[in-house]
Design a protein around this ligand. Structure first.
Ligand SMILES: [Zn+2]
Length: 292
C-alpha cells in the first residue's frame, strides 16, 4: 500500500519505520536513532541526501521538513531495485544495531578534518565471532580472530577507547591476548584475580590481514570525505596502564606496516601523551634505549 499523504516531521506513522529501514538498506546511516519509527532530523537529513541523488531535490535546498508521497515512492522503488548481492561475509556493519553508549558525552561528534590518526588495541580478552558481543565496546572497529571486521561507530563519532587520543583518532580493537613483547610471556597482562594463567595468543594470518584492511579502509574513508590520516599509535602512548597494548606482534605486523605503506607517523621516539609510554625499542628497533 503506497503512502497517501506526506509524513511530517514528528510523525510516528507506521510508514516512517518502513522508510527508515529502507534508507538504511540503501546505505544511509542513521547512527543516533536507527529505524525508531519517529520522523526526526536524522531521517529527514538522510531522506534529503537520497532526494538529491535521485535528482528530485537540489543540494542547496534546505533540509526537507516532510517526506512527500513522491519521495516515499522513490525510496520504495530504489529499495526494490537493490540487487541480491553476495554479502561481504567478513564485514559486519553494526552501527545501527546498538545504542552508541561508548560515544563521548562532552564531544560526541567531530568533523572529518579532525579525524587524523588511528589507534591500535588488543582486547586482552576474547570477545569472539558474534557481532552482537561487540556492541558494548566503545570503539569504531573490532577485528576477530577469524578475520571478521565489525564496525560499531561512524568515524565522525568520538569514542571512549584511548583517553585523550579519542578526539582525533579512530580505534581498532584486535581480539585476543598478546604478550607485550613477543617471546616474553611475563609481559602478558593477566586479569585479576588470577584465574588459570594465560599464555600469549598468536595472530592468525586472517586476523592480521583483516586488521590491515581495516587500516586501509579508514585511510580511504577519511580521504573520500576530505580529511587525511597522518598518524598511527599504540594505545600504550596515551596510558601508563596499557603497557602491553597492543603488544609488539600487532604493532610490528600492523602498526609498522601502516607506517611503511601509507607514510603514517607514530609521533617519533619520544612521543606520548598524558601518562602514556613511548614506543619501546623491543617494538621498533629505531628507538634505541626506549624502555618497555
Ligand atoms: Zn587499548
Amino acid at each position: 500500500m503506497p503512502l497517501s499523504s506526506p509524513l511530517k516531521k514528528g510523525s510516528q506513522d507506521p510508514f516512517v519505520k518502513i522508510l527508515q529501514s529502507q534508507l538504511i538498506a540503501l546505505g544511509y546511516i542513521l547512527p543516533r536513532f536507527g529505524a525508531d519509527g519517529s520522523l526526526g532530523d536524522e531521517t529527514l537529513r538522510a531522506y534529503g541526501e537520497f532526494m538529491v541523488l535521485e535528482g528530485m531535490r537540489a543540494a542547496t535546498d534546505e533540509m526537507p521538513k516532510a517526506i512527500s508521497v513522491a519521495g516515499a515512492a522513490a525510496i520504495e522503488r530504489a529499495f526494490a531495485a537493490i540487487p541480491p548481492i553476495a554479502k561481504d561475509e567478513k564485514f559486519f556493519d553494526e552501527r545501527n544495531n546498538h545504542p552508541h553508549d561508548g560515544r563521548s558525552k562532552s564531544m560526541p561528534y567531530r568533523t572529518w578534518s579532525k579525524v587524523t590518526a588511528i589507534v591500535l588495541h588488543q582486547t586482552a580478552t576474547q570477545l569472539g565471532e558474534k557481532p552482537a558481543r561487540w556492541h558494548s565496546v566503545p570503539i569504531h572497529f573490532g577485528v576477530t580472530r577469524a578475520g571478521k571486521t565489525i564496525q560499531l561507530y561512524d568515524l565522525t563519532e568520538v569514542c571512549n577507547h584511548a583517553g585523550n587520543f579519542n578526539r582525533w583518532t579512530v580505534g581498532i580493537e584486535i581480539d585476543g591476548w598478546f604478550a607485550g613483547i613477543e617471546g616474553d610471556p611475563e609481559t602478558l597482562w593477566q586479569p585479576k584475580p588470577p584465574a588459570a594463567k594465560r599464555t600469549p595468543m598468536d595472530l592468525p594470518a586472517v586476523q592480521a590481514e583483516a586488521a590491515k584492511a581495516c587500516v586501509k579502509r579508514i585511510i580511504d574513508t577519511v580521504a573520500v570525505n576530505g580529511g587525511k590520516i597522518t598518524r598511527i599509535h599504540p594505545h600504550r602512548q596515551s596510558s601508563i596502564e596499557r603497557q602491553s597494548d597492543p603488544g609488539s606482534l600487532i604493532w610490528q605486523t600492523v602498526g609498522l606496516w601502516a607506517q611503511q605503506n601509507f607514510g603514517l607517523s607514530d609521533g617519533g621516539k619520544n612521543y606520548k601523551i598524558d601518562d602514556g609510554r613511548t614506543i619501546p625499542e623491543a617494538w621498533d628497533s629505531r628507538y634505541v634505549g626506549n624502555q618497555y
